[in-house]
Design a protein around this ligand. Structure first.
Ligand code: NAP
Length: 249
């Protein structure tokens, strides 16, 4: 039987890289999308090949419609099928209160986290829908506990973008349920990745971890495990559902 194919946006680092490796171990061939860091992306593709699966790395800025179309056309040409989309690529900027935000910054966050996720869903549905003669598939959106908590004085713009992603998960799950596509979401909390440096505080997880019921930060692999569950048939009766991977808060 042909090997299924999974696309992980932002699959070159952090949670995306851990998810790529986990899904390779689960038996998928992997498409790593990245924006800028080619070396990191190629390193992950080599690790996946060592696991015994095929992998390609494709540069594309998911906030750019032309880039997204090129990304999916490359998948068509290379693998000829798509079974799983993990909408993982996401950005945030330096911690600051709402009163200091600018339209330029807010729009950049929304363009990647919200518009980019929509654009990838659109292209994925065209390649998964049983109504369009395809095999069905799974979409998992990587949201954030910030969508529930609001990220005050840090990045409410980012938190709001994740709230929009949550609504995308709910609405799209209902739209495509009868087309063989399930849409679910994971909401990570404080996870050890390089993203916190983008917020201006590389050690943010260690500063805040003791506020959590479980008193520790999470690993990218723990998020990948929840994503793997949603992709698998173990979760076949779940769509429009959320798993918190956030240490109890
Ligand atoms: P990360 O370590 O900063 O990695 C981000 C990844 O996204 C990189 O592969 C990056 O590629 C890629 N990327 C960024 N903008 C992109 C764009 N416009 N187009 C394509 N790729 C893009 O992030 P992370 O911490 O693993 O976060 C992954 C997801 O989990 C995000 O959606 C984030 O919001 C969510 N999350 C993270 C945490 C946490 O504590 N870390 C908590 C909750 C939710 P390049 O390296 O090439 O730029």
């Amino acid at each position: 039987m042909a090997v299924k194919v999974a696309l992980i946006t932002g699959g070159s680092r952090g949670i995306g890289a851990a998810t790529a490796k986990r899904l390779a171990k689960d038996g998928y061939n992997i498409v790593i999308n990245y924006r800028a860091n080619r070396l990191a992306a190629e390193q992950i593709t080599r690790q996946i090949e060592n696991i015994g699966r095929q992998a390609i790395a494709i540069q594309a800025d998911i906030s750019n419609e032309d880039d997204v179309q090129r990304l999916f056309q490359s998948i068509d040409e290379h693998f000829g099928r798509l079974d799983v989309l993990i909408n993982n690529a996401g950005i945030l900027f330096t911690q600051s209160p709402v009163v200091e935000l600018t339209a330029e910054r807010i729009n950049r966050v929304l363009a990647t986290n919200v518009t980019g996720s929509f654009l990838c869903c659109i292209e994925a549905i065209k390649r998964m829908s049983t109504r369009q003669g395809h095999r069905g598939g799974n979409i998992v959106n990587v949201s954030s506990a910030a969508s529930r908590l609001g990220a005050p004085n840090e990045y409410v713009d980012y938190a709001a973008s994740k709230g929009a992603m949550d609504t995308l998960t709910i609405g799209l799950a209902l739209e495509v349920a009868e087309e063989g596509i399930r849409v679910n979401s994971v909401r990570p909390g404080l996870i050890y990745t390089e993203m916190h440096a983008d917020g201006g505080e590389p050690n943010r997880v260690d500063r805040l971890k003791n506020n959590l019921p479980l008193k520790r930060g999470g690993t990218p692999e723990e998020v990948a495990a929840a994503i793997s569950f949603f992709v698998s048939e173990e979760s076949a009766y779940s769509t429009g559902a959320f798993i918190e991977v956030s240490g109890g808060r």
